[in-house]
Every structure is written in structure tokens, then in C-alpha cells.
Write a protein that binds this ligand. Structure first.
Ligand code: FES
Length: 149
């Protein structure tokens, strides 16, 4: 007997609800802001101690981050963390976004299991690195020519 995609999704969500908040489930199953937008003002690729990587791109206009996106090879909680941090970043100045911490991401997600909290740290570290890259490129725009992404 074939099980419909909707039924499978619901069964998966039921299992996930035993461990994760609704926000984590939503952001891991429907991640926001994924993909490489092309010509970014800030970029970072950071690999955490677990071996998972997040790549992040920022677009900045008049010192406001107007677009943030990411890709990751990590698990569902890494996806949720990347999705949430890019949502939290948009509309903030570089200085404000730099202050988004692991704790802020965890709070916005409604928490993560202790052994997944490092996923939020990887997301916040990648954001900080992308902002650092933006600030360097702003000072020395010629460096952008040598960028591969
Ligand atoms: Fe490695 Fe999430 S399990 S960053």
C-alpha cells in the first residue's frame, strides 16, 4: 500500500515534535533564504568542529543588510540555524548583525537539543565571518576581483 507524501511528512513531523520545537521543524523543512545569489557584498564558508559547513552570502545597501542567504551540507538543525540567522540578519546594519549570538539564534528557534546547540554557533560564526568579509571588501573593493564566488 502506497503512503502519500503528505502522510509521510506528517509522520516525520510527529517524530520531530518529540525532539524539536515547531519553529525548528518549520525552518528545517522549509528553509528560508537558500542558495547563492551571485554578486554578494560579503561571503563566508565556515566548517565547524563536527565537519559540517555553512556558506553564506550577504548583500548590503546603505549599510543595511538587505539580503542574506546560505547553503549547508549539515543536518536538519544546521539548516534550521542557517535559515533563522539569515532571517534575523535582514534589515539590520552590519554592526547590529555582528552581535547576533548563538544564544539569540537558539532563542529564536525555541531551543535545540544540547548536542545540536553547536549548529547555532556555526550559523552565528558564519554570519560574523561574512560581515568581516563585507567590511574588508568595503575598504578594499579591488579584492572582490579575486573572489571565486
Ligand atoms: Fe554539525 Fe549541526 S551537526 S553543525
Amino acid at each position: 500500500m502506497a503512503v502519500s507524501r503528505e502522510k509521510l511528512e506528517e509522520l516525520l513531523k510527529q517524530e520531530m515534535r518529540k525532539i524539536y520545537s515547531e519553529t525548528v521543524i518549520d525552518h528545517s523543512m522549509n528553509p528560508r533564504n537558500t542558495g547563492n545569489p551571485g554578486d554578494a557584498d560579503g561571503y563566508a564558508k565556515v566548517t565547524g568542529p563536527c565537519g559540517d559547513t555553512i556558506e553564506m552570502w550577504l548583500r548590503v545597501k546603505d549599510n543595511i543588510i538587505c539580503d542574506a542567504s546560505f547553503v549547508t551540507d549539515g543536518c536538519s538543525t544546521t539548516i534550521a540555524s542557517g535559515s533563522m540567522v539569515t532571517e534575523m540578519t535582514k534589515g539590520r546594519t552590519a554592526g547590529e548583525a555582528q552581535r547576533i549570538s548563538q544564544r539569540d539564534i537558539l532563542d529564536a528557534l525555541g531551543g535545540l537539543p544540547e548536542d545540536s546547540e553547536h549548529c547555532a554557533l556555526l550559523a552565528s560564526n558564519t554570519l560574523k565571518e561574512a560581515i568581516r568579509d563585507y567590511l574588508v571588501m568595503k575598504k578594499e573593493p579591488w579584492k572582490k576581483v579575486y573572489r571565486q564566488h
